[in-house]
Every structure is written in C-alpha cells, then in structure tokens.
Design a protein around this ligand. Structure first.
Ligand code: HEM
Length: 402
C-alpha cells in the first residue's frame, strides 16, 4: 500500500457532488487537506489531487519531476482490467504521453502546423457550419442544442483543418464521437478503424500536399513518422471536439441562465467574449486531468509524494483557489489553468483556434435566434473529469428557412 492509500481521510474523487456542485466539492477538499489532497479515484484507487494554483503551476512547470508517461505509475497492479479510467491512463504513442526532447520535437511540430491555420478562414468556416446547423432546426421553434448544435461544429472545423473533405468529415466525426461514447473494448475497435482512416489521410497528403495540418506535419523538419503523425492528428480531433463542444455548451448555458448576459441575447454580441472567459474560470470543460507521475520522492503542498505516485491536475479547483482569485471572480484576466500549463499544456495556438470556433458558434446562434430561452433545467453530465451539459433544450420563435 502506498502512503496515499494508507491515509484514512482520503476523499473520494467520484460521486454525485461533483455533478451537482463541483466548486463546493473542491472547496471542501481544500479546506480539509490544503493544496494537495489524498483522494480515491473510482474503484478506490489512490492518487494525489493538486488543487492549489501555485502547486499546480509547480507540477505542470516541472516535467522532469512530474512526468507524463503513465507507465511510471506505481499502482498498475491494483487496477482492474475494466477500470473506467483506463482510456485516460493507458499509454499510447501520441504526443500526450511522450517526454523530454521527443515531446518537444512533436509538440513543436504540432504548434507549427496549427499556426498555419488561417484564423479568418476558420472563423468564416465555423459561421457557415453554424448557419447550416441552425437552418436544420430554425423552423421547429425548439432544439436540443448539445446534440443539434454545440457538438456539431468543432469537430467539423477540426476535420477541415486536417484537410478532410466535407463528405468524409462526417464519417470521421461519427467515428470519433462513437469512440468517446462506448465501452473500452468498443473504443479499441473504433480507434483501430480511426487509425486506418488517419493512415489513409496521411498517405493522401503525402501524395498531394495541401495547406492543412497533416501536410504541415509531414513537411516539418522534425521528421515525424507516420505513427506519430496519425496518433497526434487523433489527439487534435478528439481535443478539439470534446473540449470545444463543452466550452460552447457551457457558455450558452451561462448566457441563458445569468441575467448579466440577457442584453447580449436580445441586442448584441458585446459580452460573448466575457461569457466564454467566465466559463473558463467557473465551469471549465476539463475540470480535472489525469495526470502526472512523480519520478522521485518529493514534497508538494505539505504532502510527502512517493516515486511513481499519480497526481490529478485539479484545473477547476486551482482556478477557484482563493490565493489567486478574489471572491468576485477574475473575468478579463486570462491566467486560468483551464488549458493546463507548461510543456504539456494545450499547445499554442490551439486555445486561440478553440476560441474562434466557440465564439463564432455562440455569436451566430444569438444573431439568428435572439429570443432563445431554456425550456428545461440544465442537466450536467455525471463526470468528475469533464464539465459539460448532457442536454441544452431551448425554444425560440420559429423562422422560415427557404
Ligand atoms: C482546436 C482545439 C484544440 C486543440 C487542437 C487542442 C489540442 C491539444 C493537444 C494536442 C494537447 C496535448 C498537448 C501535449 O500533451 O503536449 C492538448 C492538451 C490539453 N488541452 Fe487542448 N486542444 C484544443 C482545445 C482545448 C480546449 C477548448 C480546452 C479547455 C478549455 C483544452 C484543454 C487542454 C488541456 C487541459 C490539456 C492538457 C494540459 C496538460 O496536460 O497540462 N484544449 N490539447
């Protein structure tokens, strides 16, 4: 048993509280244990929860001491084969689990390739997709915006960034969504198919390069192999889809429930940026992230961490740390931890691209359907890891679309 498991007072990092009142749950952990807390993941597997802003900054800034390759974890033998968190923790050949110079080579190439995306084109592409989606339900006077809108735009935008034609993008989108929503066994099968699709894409871009992310990765002097490129393209697609979808959904949810944003819905776009920023502080899509593994015994936030211990990045909890954030909130300030930080943080300019996708999606929606109202209470997904809405049912005045 590790030190963490021995701690009788370890707090479960699962259960209803994290869905109904995640901020309250993090606050209780912080009050009980301070900035680094012993927690039990589902199945009562022990880990450390880093909820102090300063400590999280320290962990994410030191990739040598707090490493990303989960094969270093000291508790693998305690984990059941069907453990629900395996998809997040099992090592795969993507950039996410790579370390040191190899990671810098791949993350650098990804940043270069993402920097080649024309941000004006991306915005107009997203506006076009948003319009198409709204055309489909505008006449009905009601919609469920998570499935009919928020989840539709980011992945199609990402598929286009990857140079996937519109017709194939839909298939890819369905496969990625299927992989995320199914069991581990199924996920493996769908991922196998996705990898084949990605390999075909890479082969095609090698033969006919374009101005897109895979072509830029192929041309990068980092000399990336096919397996590296296709697994990193999958990370780009999954990240762009999952995180940006929830960012859009949480923002629309905030604007429909908070009277401060009512003016925007009825009259203009002024505070869409504020709403997006506020969501990153208060209801960030990646609430908690698995994680980092200590490469040697150390102390952190007053706790003794052993070699091989697993650390959960408490991104949402760190954003709410009273040491850095006054009670009134910090809208306007962009120092939130929502995109992670350091070597493994969301690579520049991915946060900018995500913001363009999210902002275009929210703006087009409120331009087209300015009298949008919620038709039922917001219903959050029961996840400790991701903060996202299960359903976002709305009504509005139907408009005829020729
Ligand atoms: C265009 C959209 C996006 C793309 C292409 C993208 C891409 C990526 C990639 C490639 C990584 C892995 C970095 C590495 O391990 O070196 C990553 C990490 C991450 N991304 Fe993003 N991302 C996007 C949007 C978002 C959004 C909207 C959020 C949340 C608001 C987000 C939060 C994160 C977090 C928390 C990590 C892990 C950070 C860490 O380990 O420190 N991403 N992203």
């Amino acid at each position: 048993m590790t030190d963490i498991a021995r701690r009788a007072e370890a707090v479960p990092l699962y259960g209803e509280d994290y869905r109904t009142d995640p901020a309250g749950a993090y606050e209780q952990i912080r009050e009980k244990h301070g900035p680094v807390a012993p927690v039990l993941l589902e199945g009562d597997i022990p880990a450390w929860f880093v909820c102090g802003y300063r400590e999280l900054h320290q962990v994410t800034s030191d990739a040598t001491l707090f490493a990303r390759d989960t094969r270093r974890w000291n508790a693998w033998e305690t984990v059941p084969d069907d453990w629900s968190l395996l998809p997040q923790l099992v090592h795969n050949p993507s950039v996410m689990f790579t370390e040191g110079p190899d990671h810098r080579r791949r993350a650098g190439a990804l940043s270069d390739a993402l920097a080649s995306v024309d941000q004006f084109e991306l915005a107009s592409l997203c506006e076009r997709i948003a319009d198409q989606m709204i055309d489909r339900f505008a006449g009905a006077g009601e919609a469920e915006l998570m499935s009919q809108y928020a989840s539709r735009i980011p992945l199609r935008a990402a598929a286009m960034m990857c140079g996937v034609p519109e017709s194939e993008a839909r298939m890819l989108v369905d496969d990625v969504m299927g992989a995320l929503d199914s069991s581990m066994t199924n996920q493996m099968a769908v991922y196998g198919r996705l990898q084949e699709e990605m390999q075909r894409l890479v082969d095609h871009k090698r033969a006919t390069p374009g101005s897109d992310v895979p072509s830029h990765l192929l041309a990068n002097p980092a000399n990336l192999g096919d397996e590296e490129i296709l697994s990193d393209l999958l990370v780009v697609l999954v990240q762009a889809h999952q995180q940006t979808t929830n960012w859009i959904g949480n923002t629309i949810g905030l604007m429909l429930t908070d009277t401060r944003f009512a003016i925007t819905l009825s009259g203009g776009r002024a505070s869409v940026g504020d709403a997006l920023n506020e969501v990153l502080w208060h209801d960030t899509p990646t609430q908690n992230y698995l994680g980092r593994v200590a490469t040697r015994d150390t102390r952190l936030g007053g706790q003794r961490i052993r070699t091989g211990d697993l650390l959960v990045l408490g991104l949402a909890a760190a954003n709410a740390d009273p040491q850095v954030r006054p009670a009134e909130g910090a809208v306007g300030n962009r120092a939130m931890m929502s995109f992670g930080h350091g070597e493994h943080g969301c690579p520049y300019p991915a946060p900018e691209l995500a913001e363009i996708i999210a902002k275009s999606s929210v703006e087009v929606l409120i331009d087209r359907l300015p009298d949008l109202v919620l038709s039922d209470a917001l219903e959050w997904r029961p996840s400790v890891w991701t903060r996202g809405l299960r359903r976002l049912p709305v009504t509005f005045t139907p408009t005829y679309v020729p």
